[in-house]
Every structure is written in C-alpha cells, then in structure tokens.
Design a protein around this ligand. Sequence first.
Ligand SMILES: Cc1ncc(COP(=O)(O)O)c(C=O)c1O
Length: 472
Amino acid sequence: MSELLTLDDCENMTSDRVHELYRGHVSRSQVSLIGSFGFGRDLVDHAQGAWIHLRDGRRVLDFTGGVGVLNHGHNHPRILAARRRFQDARRMEVHKNYLSPYVAALGHNLAELLPGDLSISYFPNSGAEAVEGAVKLAYKYHRGRRGTILHTDISFHGKLLGAGTLTASPEIHFPYPRIPGADSFRYDDLDSFRLALERHTGSAGDSDVYAVIIEPFSASSLRECSPEFLREVRRLCTERDIVLIFDEVYTGWGKTGELFHFMHHPGLVPDIVTTSKSFGGGKASISGYISREPVFRAAYDNLSDATLHSTTYYGFGEETATALEAVNIAVEEDFPGRARALGRRLGEGLRDIAARHPKLVKRVDGRGALHGVFLDPGFRLPDRLRSALPIPLARDPQAMEKLLTGAVVGALYRDHDVLTFFGSNRAIALVVSPPLVTADDEADMFLKALDDVLARGATRLVTTLLKEKVGK
Ligand SMILES: Cc1ncc(COP(=O)(O)O)c(C=O)c1O
C-alpha cells in the first residue's frame, strides 16, 4: 500500500495530480467534461461572498450561485460562526435517542415563515431525498389506494430512481427502472393538466391520482407557471383530494423575490413544499419537506407508522444548526428584497443586451436572481466541422446552441473572470444565478462582460471554441 494522502497533501496538490487522481478514482469523463472549459485546470484556494479566489491569485466573480446553493454567498460569516459555535461546544451530531432542540427550532421557524398550515417538517440531506419523502408521504396519505402521480414535461426533481422517474428533463436520457404510475402534462398548460386528470379518473368520477408535483418556477428552464394555472391546479387538487407538491429545492430562500416562489401568489398553499440547496447556507447538505398538518397526521401520525420514513442523516446536529442560521439570515438580511433589486438591475441590463445583440440573443427569461439568456448563432456548422465534434455533440440537434453558449461561458471566464454555466433542460440557456449577496457593481461587471463577449459575434465565438477544442 502506498502512503495515504492527507489534508496537507490536498492543500498542496497540483492540478495535474488532481486530474490524475480523478481519472483513476473518480471519473475520467468528469475530467474531460470539466477540463473542456477553461476552469477545468484551475484549483480554488478559497471563496468569499460572490468571489472565488484561485490558487494562482486570480479572483473570479461567481455568477453560478453554486447552482442554487449559494444565496448566502460563499462562507457567509454568520454561517461560519454558527458552525464554529456548534463545534467549540462539542455539541452532538446524532440525535436518535434524544430529541434535538435544533430540529425542534427549525421545524418551528419553517411553520412560522410558511403560509397556512404548512407546519410539519422532515430534514434529510439532498433535494431528491426531499422529493421522494414528499412523494412517499402523499402515497401513504392515500393509504396506497391510488396509484398515479403527475409531473410536468420539463420537470427536474433529481436523479435518484424515484425523483428521476418524475424528471422529464433530457439530462436523464437513459431508461432507468421507474416507480410505477407516473404520467405527465405540459408545463403551465391547464388543458393538458385537465386531460391528465381525466386519463386517471374512473367511470364513477373517482381519481387514481395521489399526487401532483410541480416546480412553480422551473430553474432549469427559467420559466414560471402563471397564477391562473397554479390556482386552478390547486382548486382541482383540493376538489379531488390530490396531494399538491411544490418543488422549491432551487427557488427557496428568496431566489426569485419571495421567500418561496409560490409566495408570489397570496393564498396559494401547496400540501407539501420541498426545499434544499440554500437551506444549508452554502455549507450544510440539508433538505426538507414541509407538509400541511392534516396531510402529515393522516399519513404518519401513529406509533406503528412513525418510522416508515426515516434516514440515518435525518436532522444531523451541525447541519440543522446551520440551516437554522441560514433561514434567519435569509429573513433578517431580506433575501427576497435583495433578489427583487438584483432582478430589476439584471432584467433591465439583460434586456438591453438582447436589444443590442438581436442576432445572437433569442430571448431573456427569468425573475429575481435567476435569469436565462437563450442564445442561437443563426447558422449551422458545415459538415466538415460537424464531423470533427465529439459524437454525442455531432448528433445533437441543439449542438449549435450548446457550442455558442459554451463559447460564451468560456470567454466570460477566460477574458472577464466571471464564472457562469449553462442549463441543459429542453432549451439551452446561459444561466444567470448570482448569490443574493452580489453587489450592484458586481452585477454591472457581469453585464458589461456579457455585452463585450457577445459583441464578438457568433462566428468568432464558435470558431474560437472549435479551434481550441477540435484543433480545426
Ligand atoms: C427543482 C429541483 N428539485 C430537485 C433537485 C434535486 O436536488 P439534489 O441534486 O440535491 O438531489 C434539484 C437539483 O438541482 C432541483 O433543482
């Protein structure tokens, strides 16, 4: 056995060595994928607020927002202090035999902040776990007598087998085994939703649908449901006693300008809401589903069923303490207000950019601190160049959008020290998802950088990328 590597080794490891170890022990394709962008060879020293500091001393503005995790920015001082306090007092992580004041307080705070009787919580670790817990709860609520669950045609609910069944995004393009009874309807389309309900209604008018799961704002498509759609879905679900689940794993904690996106619509309350990502303040891997009291009580509120749904890492100490602080910060620092202000600045700036580059920008969508810029070069690649692309991309009907958006991500990083990413649901978008601690001048820096990059034009952007990657 060679010597085991240590924390010291990690802190001093070269980029080549990290690549080599990833190739051998993690994933060669992950190295190829990440390595194909400029940032693939860089290593991070530390990160603070909206900034990432690289080992070579360069500073990069993080406009990915950690894919929803970093509403608080990197290493928010109050989050660090809460964790230190927990550690310094040597508090206990595992609460299986003792009840946890942290779980109790977090449950209380969520009930205070959420509308209606959304008041009973469970805290696993990931978004997909929260989604699957919510689905199990809905199924149990109906005592297994209903067998259908409806989701939308652009949904993203996670990649575990259950959450993956309910995900229609092409990001999951392999036919894994599916949980039974899943059917879909078109996002934000009432006729399609009504038809889906009808398909699963018996001759006596009895519904077989136990749950409907919707992202009121789809973070991967940068689209939102209309208020009319959401209210009518709510009405129909109530009428048929169907458990309505809102997946706010990405959009929770202020991202679109309300604490949760559905709270843009007063009086609209789902039966269960899921949360994760910024719930952990950028430090803790914690998620949650919060249920309306009658739904939870009917499903699990008796001794024999109380442990039907549990996980080892439920409500771990430091994770729960961190989430408690993260939620309090989101409220006290008015994250929804910050997102609205950022949204005004970014929305205006992006619309301006779209008007200045009409040949490249098809449209801009989004709200608050979550926007998408949809790019299209308006030309196809000649066969000679197309055949030089890696096979999955050469066959991809969206290859040009992906190439152009990838080229913009690359140029923003290389030439302007701005980190972005592109979403890969049915439509391809440059995702603009800054932390909510992003300052006005930082937002302006991003807008100026994007304007400069787009001014190069689609041909130059795509050919530069191809020259770098394919060597043509
Ligand atoms: C809306 C939504 N639901 C669920 C998930 C799954 O979360 P996780 O990746 O933590 O399993 C995500 C992840 O991006 C998401 O955006």
